[in-house]
Design a protein around this ligand. Structure first.
Ligand code: PLP
Length: 449
């Protein structure tokens, strides 16, 4: 048998013997052998088909095997499969222009990386060198990647085993009306108190020691908490007052996911640096980057930027980005995501919430929704505890199995399931998935006290 004709058993055997999987206890996992994928679906070698409500890891914004993106990668491979970063390459310069034309404000220079964590690493380096300061503020309930600085900035149990405390990281609480760290009882109060808390944190840390403040515009894996109106504008103001570089991490929210090109567009806020990855090319070839303001780029006008990557702006990845952005523009995929969220996913999830006592809250926009599962609606006690094993704990594991048995691949993190299908998902596909969730939520309802 050739490399491409191996059976599911052989593929699985090689995987179990030789692939070391991220975030996993190697002996406790049983990765599904995937045979193929198309649009919103993938399937295994036994012809079991799954509707992918997780978009991989929230990256297939155009779905699987989009013909225009596949063709662009094939054509680029035939023409110029690779080239070193120090040259002007057509696919790279075109991708940079198309991205810069869509980012908010004057974020006109693009530093390319291979993914999101590297984008965060470089954004922090840019901010430190630009300001000459070291500390970086980040939020609890956040995820910024698994490399050294990015994991130290992450406000989530995934940081705990890798916490070096060396990144100059200082964490603060961002707004989360449903589980308010400020004991507020309205969105307005949450916004006001969150900004006061941030102002106090800055004062006690010493604003002149702080290089940057990083926030996910809408936190992703941490729970899709849409910030109250005015919060991000307030953060922008505080950063301006103290000369702090404002970084928005749009690795998960960028490129249509929230029904806008960037989630920042919903709030009319322009950061100094914006990190992206995932949806930039639907994840077909690894790509990420930082969109940089003119002011910060000017710091490195006559002084070399001390950072880089062998594959920065890889032609295959950039060709995939060009095709992805062109398809999204030509077919109004951003508008489609906005409408499917407002007209189908949101109303459908709210209807589920009415029927299922384990649903504490549903929230989101575009193709970006969270369903928060609780033991008790009154106390809001989460269905599983806030720690690294929550996702694998019985209620959530049983919920996941119930979905998979019915042909739905859900995104599950701690006590939440996220509905994050491709931005191209159809109304019929959403309804198919919601019908499965309706049945699977009977499993979590059984844990309600
Ligand atoms: N930032 C955010 C907001 C993310 O959601 C992620 C990944 O999920 C990252 C950064 C890290 O990206 P990567 O896994 O491509 O390094």
């Amino acid at each position: 048998r050739t490399r491409r004709e191996r059976t599911a058993e052989q593929i699985t055997a090689d995987d179990r013997a030789h692939v070391f999987h991220p975030w996993a206890a190697q002996d406790l996992i049983a990765p599904l052998a995937v045979a193929g994928a198309q649009g919103s679906y993938f399937w295994d070698h036994d012809a079991n088909r799954y509707l992918d409500f997780s978009s991989g890891l929230v990256f297939t914004n155009l779905g699987y095997q989009h013909p225009a993106v596949v063709a662009a990668v094939q054509e680029q491979a035939a023409r110029l499969a690779t080239f070193a970063p120090g040259f002007a390459v057509e696919a790279r310069s075109q991708a940079a222009r198309l991205i810069a034309e869509r980012t908010p404000g004057e974020l006109n220079r693009i530093l390319f990386t291979n993914g999101g964590a590297e984008a965060v690493e470089n954004a922090v380096r840019l901010a430190r060198l630009h300001t000459g300061r070291h500390k970086v503020l980040s939020a609890y309930r956040s995820y910024h990647g698994a490399t050294g600085t990015a994991i130290n900035l992450t406000g989530d149990p995934r940081r705990w085993p890798s916490d070096q405390g060396t990144a100059g990281a200082v964490r603060f609480w961002a707004p989360f009306p449903y589980r308010s760290p400020f004991h507020s009882d309205s969105a307005e109060q949450e916004c006001e108190r969150a900004l006061q808390h941030l102002d106090d944190t800055l004062a006690f840390e010493g604003p002149s020691t702080i290089a940057a403040l990083i926030l996910e515009t809408i936190p992703g894996t941490a729970g899709i908490m849409v910030p109250p109106a005015g919060y991000l504008a307030g953060v922008r103001e505080l950063c301006d007052r103290h000369g702090i570089v404002f970084i928005l991490d749009e690795v998960m929210t960028g490129f249509g996911r929230t029904g806008a090109w960037f989630a920042a567009d919903h709030f009319g806020v322009v950061p100094d640096l914006l990190t992206f990855a995932k949806g930039v090319n639907s994840g077909y070839v690894p790509l990420g980057g930082v969109a940089i303001s003119e002011e910060i780029a000017a710091t490195f006008g006559r002084r070399p930027y001390p950072g880089g990557l062998t594959y920065s702006g890889h032609p295959l990845a950039c060709a995939a980005a060009v095709a992805t952005i062109e398809v999204m523009s030509a077919q109004d995929v951003v508008g489609r995501a906005r409408r499917i969220g407002a007209e189908v996913i949101g109303p459908g999830l709210r209807a589920l919430a009415e029927r299922h006592p384990s649903v504490g809250e549903v929230r989101g926009l575009g193709a970006f929704w969270a369903v928060e599962l609780v033991r008790d609606r009154a106390s809001r006690d989460p269905l599983v505890p806030y720690n690294a094993t929550g996702t694998a704990a019985a209620p959530m594991a049983r919920f996941t199995s119930a979905c998979r048995e019915r042909g739905l691949w859900p995104f599950v993190h701690m006590n939440r399931t996220h509905v994050v299908p491709p931005c191209t998902v159809t109304e019929a596909e959403v309804k198919e998935g919601l019908a499965v969730l309706d049945e699977a939520l009977a499993v979590t309802d059984a844990y309600v006290v």
